[in-house]
Design a protein around this ligand. Sequence first.
Ligand code: RIB
Ligand code: CA
Length: 321
Amino acid sequence: MAQDFSAMTKRAVILDCDPGQDDAVAILLALASKDDIDLLGITTVAGNVPLGLTESNARRICELAGRPDMKVFAGASQPLMRKLVTAEWIHGRTGLDGANLPDPTMPLQEQHSVDFIIDTCRTASDGSITLCPIGPMTNLALAFMKAPDIVPKVQEIVCMGGAVKEFGNTTPAAEFNIYVDPQAAKVVLDTGIKLTMMPLDVTHKALVTPERLQRMKDLNSPVGDVCGGMLDYFNRFDMTRYGFDGGPLHDPCVIAYLIKPELFSGRNVFMDIEVTSELTMGQTLADWWDIQEKEPNAYICDDLDVEGFFDLLIQRLAVFG
Ligand code: RIB
Ligand code: CA
């Protein structure tokens, strides 16, 4: 008997991530939003740091949130075709530098992330599962390649990745999640599933300024303290590189979109991904002005109500006490 998630007012979500401090805040926001998000499981992938750290970091955050029952899965340890590129220069050796969390004691699920995605979709009704990749999309690509029958089960893919009118953050052309596994991103894009993308164009507006960081610390809770410490560390790189007055909170934009899509604005456009030229590998080339008049295949956000975003985030983080 298929489970009909589509009739639910809240989203049935699989969060695919590579924690990373911003992924960690996205996990916390999702766990704090039970009325909006039924988090079916957290699948992890190599990205910001190798898989052994991304999966244990996901478990560290679930335990911090008081959710040792959450199902966390390990997935792909490398991209489909390219050598893994990690980002310790931003996230630190542990991937959660600044958090100072103990090793996890909750179990890692034995099932592989890809098989969890497949099995969950196969037992769901059509159009009822929301997939949220906020790291390289290797797990999702492998799931669609192994089980193309699951495509109709997916209601929407809401991802963090890409750069449209912004330059990339990993090369001048490419944002990290897409750059690490451009072939995987192309497989996901070509499924034709409704795709909503949070590129650097919008996440570079979600800046954790000192005032916003202090609001997190003022929660006076373990979660608030950990977010304060993590983001203090995470902020430094982008503030130095771009001269921002805070670090960009990339991944929580995806979760906030699920909760309050009205916080965001963007455009339906045709987009494609560079998977051959090394010069522009991983570029998300969007026809923002509809020059080629091709059928749009992605809803790309380029703006947000930033005060509303942080009000939502901090209000939800407060639920952890
Ligand atoms: O480019 C930013 C993205 O790459 C974020 O998801 C960050 O966590 C890293 O995965
Ligand atoms: Ca990420």
